[in-house]
Design a protein around this ligand. Structure first.
Ligand SMILES: [Zn+2]
Length: 264
């Protein structure tokens, strides 16, 4: 958290607030986490793009502000007890809120991501044609890792995290613990469709605000996709398809949720 839908909802909310305005300053007390921010002063925000879970603010003069929201980061219209950075723009201020302080900012020459190695290694975007059934099938066939771990690997596909990984596997009827090389070509196709469908629906619902309430939209309201989650966070509750209690297991240190009857 936040995963691709929450980052995309954030991006869409920021565009009308920020694009076209000049940055006056980024105020913070943590140059190790928020790097090179003095380079943004005086530059106009020309666009905001997204790559995986990264926000990319294009700045005039060939610079870029790269933001990763970590586990609990988000932008707000007013200060909070956990404001870490104040983005002062002409006519508006944005407050970067991050209780767990795992988010990061980098101001870099546009497209120069040497300081952000994960961004350089990201796999295709889920909505890009490059994320095809044949591609995913080839990546799965080459590994004995559990399919859930493969979906969460940002070098395989960008932006999928724990919540939407579980939901996509449920839709494709594939158990998260299944070894990659045991997934069929048809199931790989169902997984591509499942990932795209669940992400699209979550973006339309404004993302998922879970019990910890950490994710909020920029205007402070919550997202609503959590009410549509079929398996994530629902251990012991009945499967919405067959009624069997949802199970929880742990894969590479992360929780995974599945229906033992629908997912094989
Ligand atoms: Zn079921």
């Amino acid at each position: 958290m936040p995963e691709l839908p929450e980052v995309e909802v954030t991006r869409r909310a920021l565009i009308p607030l920020v694009v076209g305005r000049r940055v006056q300053a980024l105020h913070h007390r943590d140059p190790a986490r928020y790097r090179g921010t003095e380079l943004a002063a005086g530059r106009r925000v020309e666009a905001i793009r997204r790559r995986g879970k990264f926000l990319l603010f294009a700045l005039s003069g060939g610079f870029e502000l790269v933001v990763h929201l970590g586990m609990s980061g988000g932008f707000r219209l007013g200060p909070t007890a956990h404001t870490r950075v104040v983005l002062e723009l002409e006519g508006v201020a944005l407050y970067y809120h991050d209780p767990r302080r795992l988010g990061r900012f980098w101001v870099v020459p546009a497209g120069d991501y040497r300081e952000v190695p994960l961004l350089l290694r990201l796999g295709p975007e889920p909505f890009d044609p490059a994320f095809s059934p044949d591609y995913l099938f080839a990546r799965l066939r080459a590994t004995r890792r559990p399919v859930k771990a493969v979906l969460l690997d940002q070098t395989v596909v960008a932006g999928v995290g724990n919540i939407y990984g579980d939901e996509a596997l449920f839709r494709a009827r594939v158990r998260p613990t299944r070894r990659g090389h045991r997934v069929t070509r048809r199931e790989a196709g169902a997984l591509v469709e499942g990932v795209r469908a669940v992400l699209e629906e979550a973006i339309a619902a404004g993302g998922s605000t879970l019990r910890d309430r950490s994710y909020r939209r920029v205007d402070g309201t919550i997202g609503y996709f959590q009410v549509q989650l079929s398996v994530y966070g629902r251990a012991g509750e009945p499967c919405p398809v067959c009624g069997t209690p949802i199970r929880r297991t742990v894969i590479q240190g992360r929780s995974a949720h599945y229906c033992p009857r629908c997912q094989r």
